[in-house]
Structure formats: structure tokens, C-alpha cells
Design a protein around this ligand. Structure first.
Ligand SMILES: Nc1ncnc2c1ncn2[C@@H]1O[C@H](COP(=O)(O)OP(=O)(O)O)[C@@H](O)[C@H]1O
Ligand SMILES: [Mg+2]
Length: 264
């Protein structure tokens, strides 16, 4: 036997998919982020909560290339990155669903999934006449939905405007999660939804997590956060006041930390 065979099995060190260190972002005299760090691990739902103005949006904008931090470091799978625009983050598999401009209502489900990455027919029809490969995209859209475990969207040829609010949100989430994404960032995904539809979207978040895709979830809804989050990052006055878990703290504790009435 060689010496290596006697070495004890090492516990694998979990490497974060996304790491932020000491992010600072100022807007003139206003400090949006005052040295914020965050780690996102494979297969976890990380919620970000905080009062209005606490820096939640600025934080995710820095993580997704929509804002450029003044200083600090960002790493994807251990590699330092510098995002100048959202496209830079997308190239690294970081996809964001913003609250409003999430889907194109007039287009069908498949077209929404392929928005911005449409596929043309092979040969001169596609190359010269730019004819879309509708059939191919529909087939791939179905495959992706199945792979992601999204069962609420059976027919990919339905225009999104004919879908319920929850199904529309599912389209937006599917688009972000499809085609090799590494991280999905959701900004208030249940804000405009009823109870049943919110539950569908929360289930979708769990399904993505269970398939190994980490999710960052910004939400004001404490029960939703405590329902799906593995860890909860609490922003307060531009800083991370604490990172807690639903097991370590109650909702009341979380609100107290958010408002400064308590520390973790
Ligand atoms: N583009 C901007 N210009 C000036 N101030 C901004 C801008 N974006 C955010 N801020 C300020 O930065 C702080 C954090 O804002 P934001 O990240 O939107 O908080 P949250 O999303 O938690 O409500 C606030 O004081 C806000 O007014
Ligand atoms: Mg905000």
C-alpha cells in the first residue's frame, strides 16, 4: 500500500459560488454600502432582508453588474471578477429577476425563455433571412422546464399575458435559472402575488435549491423568508448587521436586528 491510501478522508471544503468582500458603494455623500461581505454556497437559499434604504438593492446590483462598487472584491467560484454591466455577470452565470420588467407579455413562454438568446434556423434561412428556429426553441424550452422541475407551465406556446401572476413569475424564474445558470437572484418575487401563487413561487425556489442552484432572495415578507431561506443576511444602514438562520433566530429576533433594537 502506498502512503496516500492511509490518509484519512478529508471533509470536502465547501467553496462559495459567489463571494463579496467589503463592498463599498457611495452615491455622492450617501453611503449605499458600507463594507458588506457575503458568501453564497451551492444549493442554498440566501435571503437578504432589511428596512427601506438599508442597501439591499445596491448590494444585489453590485453582485449582478448593475452597479459598480467603489471598492471591495467579488469572486465567482474563487476567481476574482469585475462586473461593469449586467451582461458581465450573466457571462458568469449570474441571472437576476427584477421585480417589474421580468417578462414580455405578448410573447409565448418559449420565446420568453429565449429572450436575448434567440436561435436561428440552420443554413441560409437562419443566416441570411434570420428566421427563428421556433420549433427547436420550443423543444428546448420544454426540456429546460422539465429539468428545472417547473410543472406549472405545461404549454410553452401560450402567450405569457394569458398566464396567472404566479405562472408569469415562474416564467421569469425559469428564464433566469435555465441554460447553465450558476446563481439566481430574485428581487421580491412574491410581492405582487396572492397566497396560492406565492406558495408556487416559493416551491419553485426550493426546487431550484434542491437541484443545486443557489438562490439569493430579496424579500420583505418575513414568513416567506423564514419558510425557504437556509440563511438570512440582514442589511442595516448600509452594513450587514448579522447573518442568521431560521433555526438560530425567530422572526421577532430578525425584525429587532433589522431595526437596530437588538444585535445578533
Ligand atoms: N442611484 C442612487 N442615487 C443616490 N442614492 C442612492 C441610489 N441608489 C441607492 N441610493 C441610496 O442608497 C441607500 C441604499 O439604498 P437601496 O440599496 O435602494 O436600499 P434598499 O433596497 O434596502 O431599500 C439609500 O439611502 C438610497 O437612498
Ligand atoms: Mg430596494
Amino acid at each position: 500500500m502506498t502512503a496516500t491510501e492511509f490518509q484519512p478522508a478529508k471533509t470536502p471544503v465547501r467553496q462559495p459560488i459567489l463571494q463579496a468582500r467589503d463592498l463599498v458603494k457611495t452615491f455622492g455623500r450617501v453611503v449605499g454600502l458600507d463594507g458588506v461581505s457575503l458568501d453564497l454556497y451551492p444549493g442554498e437559499v440566501l435571503a437578504i432582508i432589511g428596512d427601506n434604504g438599508a442597501g439591499k438593492s445596491t448590494l444585489i446590483k453590485c453582485l449582478t453588474g448593475a452597479e459598480v462598487p467603489d471598492s471591495g472584491e467579488l469572486k465567482v467560484s474563487g476567481q476574482t471578477v469585475h462586473f461593469k454591466r449586467p451582461q458581465d455577470a450573466r457571462v458568469h452565470g449570474i441571472e437576476t429577476v427584477y421585480q417589474n420588467l421580468a417578462v414580455s407579455p405578448a410573447l409565448d413562454v418559449a420565446s420568453n425563455l429565449f429572450l436575448g438568446r434567440e436561435e436561428r434556423l440552420p443554413g441560409p434561412l437562419g443566416k441570411l433571412f434570420r428566421v427563428l428556429d421556433t420549433k427547436g426553441m420550443r423543444r428546448k424550452a420544454k426540456e429546460e422546464l422539465t429539468r428545472l422541475g417547473i410543472s406549472t407551465l405545461q404549454d410553452v406556446t401560450v402567450p405569457v399575458e394569458n398566464l396567472s401572476g404566479g405562472q408569469r413569475q415562474a416564467v421569469a424564474v425559469a428564464r433566469a435559472a435555465a441554460f447553465g445558470s450558476k446563481v439566481v437572484v430574485l428581487d421580491e418575487p412574491t410581492a405582487a402575488l396572492g397566497v396560492r401563487e406565492s406558495n408556487q413561487v416559493l416551491q419553485l425556489v426550493r426546487d431550484l435549491r434542491d437541484r443545486g442552484l443557489p438562490v439569493i432572495l430579496i424579500s420583505h415578507n418575513m414568513p416567506h423568508v423564514f419558510d425557504v431561506a437556509d440563511r438570512i443576511h440582514i442589511q442595516r444602514l448600509g452594513k450587514c448587521a448579522a447573518t442568521i438562520t431560521p433555526q438560530s433566530h425567530s422572526m421577532t429576533d430578525a425584525v429587532a436586528i433589522m431595526t437596530g433594537a437588538a444585535t445578533a
